[in-house]
Design a protein around this ligand. Sequence first.
Ligand code: MRU
Length: 366
Amino acid sequence: MEREGPANLPPNLEWRGEIPGVLRILDQTLLPGRVAYRECRGPEEVSRAILDLAVRGAPAIGLSAAYGAVLIAQHLLKLEVEDFRSRLDRQLTALAAVRPTAVNLGWAVARARRTAGEYGGQGARATATALLRLARTLHREERDTCRALGDAGAELLPRRGAVLTHCNTGYLATGGLGTALAVVYRAHEQGKTIAVYADETRPLWQGLRLTAWELSRFGVPVTVLCDGAAGALLAAGRVDAVIVGADRITRRGDFANKIGTYPLAVLARRHGIPFYVAAPLSTFDPELDDGSAIPIEERDPAEVLSPRGLELAAPQARAWNPAFDLTPADLVTGIITEKGVLTPPLAEAIHSLLPAPPGEGERSMA
Ligand code: MRU
């Protein structure tokens, strides 16, 4: 598949072959030191890759799940099971639960369920083939989505300026140029001079390891800062906008994103700096209104206490390790989507774009 971005970027997700095929996932836990792939031939391997954050970022998790559905189907096809449809259904449910916060995971699984429902009567092979077609289509569509979103956001940036971002929201996190970083990339491609300040993003350093790496490969100047330095940066008036991604956005515009996003929104408001969220429509949850209903993943305390196996904490210390936080809609200046920039009142703007909540038919193949 034709990709976006410079040629020196290795693909982050790739399906090799047809049915049976292999899902190759660029192992983000090893970046920037090593470019290596996890080859997923079965459903457990893709679940493990999502859980380990070998593949991460809401849209990329969604695409991995779409290919994961193909892996489930081809595995069941090989086993020649008689109860193909019920087993597929059960394993899709398990896949959707691997990480709870990014709604793109459930969104992609719902799309796979619907396809499986349509082709179920034609047997396991036809279903697996249809699921692969679906995954490839979603992958292609996401490339266009990221570009459109990037173009919409690039218009908000000055000809010369600086942006603060958090976590990694670039090509590594999506099937295209990214979300928040797509805005920067498109502005850069349009000849604007945009410098990026990237929070290091503790405890797993997506900013330090991933954002800095891919921005450099795109030729965009990047300065990394400790998460706690963001306040000083904004107070010094050194950025024109804060732009972040999202893992789930509710109907009224509350959203969950990487832990540390909420303080940025508060700081941006305090210093009168625009705070934008960049996300595709697949990141909106049409079923939730209030952000407090978004499930927040809590991860292993060891990620905080002994990062990368380095025993830094006092042995008695415990850790609280929520992977995401919630930012209320009233702190958001605008949501940058592939359909344009949504501005307050966000509930109304979102209402005009979102499809009706999915009916029962989408949730189950039965
Ligand atoms: O835990 P991660 O690394 O999957 O968290 C990723 C984020 O929070 C991103 O900001 C979000 O998924 C948007 S990515 C385009």
